[in-house]
Unconditional design. Structure first.
Length: 418
């Protein structure tokens, strides 16, 4: 057998060139799907982290408090100071049918080492709350119980301490329930330990503060019936904006404040803020899909180009097959299948690498660092299915143009092609 060295070298160069070309083209698809999965995973991780940090806080909540008036009204000059009072609670509860929970809040002083337990002391925020405050902010009690109606009616000197307060006041981690702690010079009995919501609170984080019955705080501080702040939620599917507007109108009417005075009452609508969060993450997801799909399309264009080159190199082969009676569907299936297989293999490798990258980042970075706004990055099952479906569609599209080019080749012209 006689070997033609030049022919063998030509065949080897052709095979090597095709392999390199296929690898580079496949890598473009791989990188596109990899980036899409990683960006979507971290985007969803950001969303999970944000909502995990505020999990347990009422999403249909609004808060408000009194401030100085800015408009003269009914003989009163502007700049008048006024306060929300206990009598307002009954008025608001009886007058607003959409109102679900109405929780008054008081804030106490905070000074150096204002909370003492034996030889241990620390500086913590103190607030007076109603028993229904747990419906505004889930307390996530680790020990004991929360303030109840009996504590409020009897003005009991009891308190719920935060987890960080417990760790400092009880370094040996003993049972704190029933123990005494001195708060701003007055002794209270500990009835519970609360973790609270991690990244949201009213006044101070529950884990870093002391909660006592608001009636007890009013009595001890000689504050009369003054309430510093109100927190309220709406019933069912009612927008909290309805409750917020009615509360402001009733409070202004009860305290002789001009209806158009925007300064006399300050407020914060948590329902609107949560809606903004939802819209923000929808926008982020849309942006990720656009950017990731653009990267993927760039890889698919590369696949289409390589198939065009392949078709050109196979012009003579295609012509011979057409001359021997090969149907257009046979030629079409060959080219489309090659494009689909190349795209699918590279894409699924990118998909696996993307999921693996997210898992490694979660285990070896995020969980160890305890990032505040990033948790459990990853993609859902349906997201992976959607990405795979898009990948296959792109593979078919990538083979469509080369297929049409192949079908346009006439058998006689192809055979003459050199």
């Amino acid at each position: 057998m006689i070997f033609d060295a030049d022919k063998i070298e030509e065949i080897w160069v052709t095979i090597t060139r095709n392999k390199v070309r296929s690898f580079l083209t496949g890598f473009g698809v791989l990188w596109g799907i990899f980036m899409l999965i990683v960006m979507m995973g971290f985007g969803q991780g950001l969303q999970r982290g944000m909502f995990k940090g505020i999990e347990g806080f009422a999403t249909n909540c609004c808060i408000m408090g009194s401030s100085t008036t800015s408009e003269p009204y009914k003989g009163f000059q502007k700049g008048r100071n006024w306060n929300i009072q206990n009598s307002d609670l009954e008025i608001l509860t009886n007058s607003i049918p959409e109102l679900d929970v109405l929780s008054p809040i008081l804030f106490g002083g905070r000074s150096d080492n204002n909370v003492v337990r034996g030889e241990n002391a620390g500086s913590y925020s103190v607030r007076g709350v109603h028993s229904n405050y747990a419906q505004i902010e889930n307390q996530f009690l680790t020990q004991g119980r929360f303030i109840n109606e009996i504590d409020l009616r009897q003005h009991r000197k009891v308190c719920v301490i935060g987890t960080k307060c417990y760790e400092e006041l009880f370094p040996t981690r003993g049972n704190p329930i029933g123990k005494q702690v001195r708060v701003n010079g007055i002794y209270y009995q500990i009835i519970g330990v609360a973790k609270g919501v991690q990244n949201m609170s009213l006044g101070a984080r529950t884990s870093e503060g002391i909660s006592i019955p608001f009636t007890t705080m009013q009595q001890i501080n000689n504050g009369g019936d003054v309430i510093h702040m109100l927190a309220a939620t709406a019933k069912g599917k009612f927008p909290v904006k309805i409750v917020e507007d009615q509360m402001k109108d009733l409070l202004k009417a009860h305290h002789n404040i001009a209806p158009d005075d925007q300064q006399a009452l300050w407020g914060f609508n948590m329902g609107e803020q949560f809606a903004m969060f939802d819209a923000l993450f929808i926008g982020i997801s849309l942006l990720i899909w656009i950017v990731g799909s653009g990267t993927l399309i760039a890889g698919v264009v590369g696949v289409s180009n390589i198939m065009m080159v392949t078709v050109k190199e196979r012009t003579r082969e295609i012509g011979v097959r057409r001359a021997l009676g090969a149907k257009p569907l046979t030629i079409m299936s060959q080219i489309m299948s090659e494009s689909l297989v190349l795209t699918a293999i590279a894409g699924f490798i990118g998909l696996v690498l993307g999921v693996l990258t997210l898992h490694v980042a979660d285990v070896y970075w995020i969980q160890k660092e305890e990032h505040m706004f990033l948790a459990e990055p990853g993609v859902t099952f349906w997201t992976a299915i959607t990405a795979s479906f898009i990948l296959l569609i792109c593979g078919l599209i990538a083979g469509a143009i080369p297929t049409l080019r192949a079908l346009q080749i006439k058998a006689i012209d192809a055979i003459r092609e050199e």
